[in-house]
Design a protein around this ligand. Structure first.
Ligand code: PLP
Length: 358
């Protein structure tokens, strides 16, 4: 820390993203990226748009907001775009929370929520998930004047709350904003976006990083009633009106136009997920039922950290969280069929070698 660093941030513990190692080629199953490249339409759009990089991007992102509106059946004034969904989450915390409207989220959830809360000096309460790592909707009802944040499906567990439970939470908090983070919704969940027409306190956040293979382009969005979106734009325009670059805006439009390509990829991921889950279970793993593009699993014979480190030595990266309650688990991104076969056969070997050592 320099002697100039503001006291305001001196105790801030930043979010630690999953490893992006450059030392060797790994089978990367640690950051929930898509194993599939962007669609050909996206590649062409990015290439074409790159010739206009001398010009700022459209601060209103009109073309992409219109395409989003058409895709999701909402008005363009209900859509805000962001530099990854992390950015719109931060804007939402800034816009809708403070000492008088603290945050509430589960103790086991996306690790950026407490970081954004600390960054913005917003008090927060972490509500313990149940023993089976599921979120109990009753815990989020009647949270008077608090801002509730729910990742659905949740990360890193993959557990999903049905839409009626999300609606129950939204209805039970009429005086607070409910933020539903749907980063993984396209892998078998049901989106709350249609509910944003009915409730003025619901903000749904989404991303192009997972199901649309655009993690490196950084494109996220928020959908909610026009007043909520206006507030978010007040914050956005006070930070960076050009928050989404030209190539990413063009890529977003093309990705939405190539919906069939991405739907097919999601189907493949879901099939690979179910197959890998069954195989891991047959090896003795406890696997949390997942509606995301990852699995959360633990094995009685090998600790979470040990499995993570042993796989890493063998060139496979998965994600271990050294956190109370979930230390025994690892989060494994679902990749291609071949990638999952490599993973399962490496784990089989590791378990055999372990058994041999006993
Ligand atoms: C639950 C959840 N929300 C949001 C994000 C952020 O995604 P991005 O900023 O890439 O859109 C992630 C990323 O892993 C996530 O797991």
């Amino acid at each position: 820390m320099s002697r100039f660093f503001s006291d305001r941030y001196a105790s801030l513990v930043p979010y630690v993203p999953g490893e992006q190692p450059q030392d060797r080629r790994y089978l990367k199953l640690n950051t929930n990226e898509s194993p599939f490249p962007p669609s050909p339409g996206v590649l062409a759009a990015v290439s074409e748009e790159s010739g206009r990089l001398n010009l700022y991007s459209d601060p209103d992102a009109r073309a992409l907001r219109e395409k989003m509106a058409e895709t999701y059946g909402v008005n363009p004034d209900r859509v805000i775009l962001s530099n990854g969904s992390d950015e719109v989450l931060n804007f939402a915390f800034m816009a809708f929370s403070d000492e008088k409207r603290p945050l509430v989220f589960p103790d086991i959830t996306y690790g950026f929520y407490p970081v954004f809360a600390e960054l913005n000096r917003i008090p927060y309460t972490e509500i313990p998930v149940k023993e089976d790592l599921s979120v109990d909707p009753a815990d989020y009802c009647g949270k008077e004047k608090k801002t509730v944040v729910i990742a659905n499906p949740n990360a890193p567990t993959g557990r999903f709350l049905p839409l009626r439970e999300i609606e129950r939470i939204v209805q039970a908090n009429p005086d607070g904003v409910v933020i539903v983070d749907e980063a993984y919704i396209d892998f078998g969940g049901e989106s709350a976006i249609p509910l944003t027409d009915k409730y003025d306190n619901l903000l749904v956040v989404g991303t192009f990083s997972k199901s649309r293979s655009m993690a490196g382009a950084r494109l996220g969005f928020g959908i909610g009633c026009p007043d909520l979106i206006r507030d978010l734009n007040t914050v956005r325009n006070s930070v960076n009106p050009y928050n989404v670059n030209r190539m990413t805006l063009a890529a977003g439009v093309a990705a939405l136009a190539d919906a069939a390509y991405y739907r097919a990829n999601c189907e493949t991921i879901m099939q690979n997920r179910e197959k890998a889950a069954a195989e891991l279970e047959s090896l003795g793993f406890t696997v949390i039922p997942s509606k995301a593009n990852f699995l959360f699993a633990k094995h009685p014979a090998i600790g979470g950290k040990q499995l993570y480190l042993t796989l890493k030595e063998r060139g496979i990266l998965i994600r271990h969280f050294d956190k109370p309650r979930i230390r025994d688990y690892n989060r494994i991104t679902v990749g291609t069929k071949e990638q999952m076969e490599t993973l399962v056969s490496s784990i089989k070997q590791i378990l055999n070698e372990q058994g041999g050592q006993k």
